[in-house]
Design a binder for this molecule. Structure first.
Ligand code: HEC
Ligand code: HEC
Ligand code: HEC
Length: 113
């Protein structure tokens, strides 16, 4: 019983924390990885809210919580690291498939940061 209560409190706390981060916060702003090959846009809103990827799937295991903190290349992704931990054709679309390059690398509609 007591355990359940603590669990519920933790859950509520986590929810408030997440809601706080999104509400007018940093997570609503997409991260744009500038790239000659076409900028890559990463959306927290899409991954967390639409695709239900929990924070702990990515932080701190795959990424630091600071934009630009991790230095990685396309080869790292193809080797299954960073974005490639999921974008391998199993959990999410395969970054090695030439048909999928443009799902991350956008040649049009760029925005200046
Ligand atoms: C699918 C992977 C993924 C998930 C899930 C995810 N993040 Fe991130 N997050 C990233 C990436 C990628 C970065 C940028 C890291 C870098 O550039 O080195 C980032 C950066 C951040 C930053 C820094 C933003 C900035 O502008 O500096 C914060 C804060 C953050 N995440 C919080 C969260 C929280 C809180 C959650 C859960 C609600 C979450 N993230 C879920 C991938 C994810
Ligand atoms: C899941 C998203 C994703 C997909 C799919 C993807 N890329 Fe990338 N790619 C990235 C990210 C993110 C970076 C930038 C890393 C950085 O700047 O820190 C990058 C960087 C690159 C670079 C710059 C040089 C380097 O090695 O970092 C090239 C070239 C590249 N990608 C080519 C491709 C090609 C070709 C494909 C398709 C076969 C592809 N990418 C598919 C996310 C993706
Ligand atoms: C924890 C797993 C996970 C990680 C890590 C992850 N993604 Fe995703 N991503 C997903 C899932 C799940 C989807 C939705 C399923 C799909 O489209 O295959 C998705 C979808 C996307 C889409 C939407 C494509 C479209 O067609 O609209 C983009 C763009 C994307 N991811 C980019 C990235 C980039 C860039 C990174 C690294 C900075 C990254 N993702 C890291 C799980 C992840």
């Amino acid at each position: 019983m007591k355990g359940a209560k603590v669990g519920a409190l933790l859950l509520a706390g986590g929810f408030l924390l997440v809601a706080g981060c999104f509400k007018g916060g940093v997570l609503n702003r997409d991260l744009v990885f500038k790239n000659k090959n076409g900028d890559v846009v990463f959306s927290h809103v899409y991954h967390v809210k639409v695709k239900k990827q929990h924070c702990s799937y990515c932080h701190p295991k795959l990424f630091k919580k600071r934009f630009g903190a991790d230095k990685f290349t396309m080869q790292d992704i193809w080797n299954g690291k960073y974005c490639g931990a999921c974008h391998n054709g199993t959990k999410a679309f395969d970054a090695k498939n030439p048909k999928n390059c443009s799902r991350c690398h956008k040649q049009t509609g760029r925005e200046k940061q």
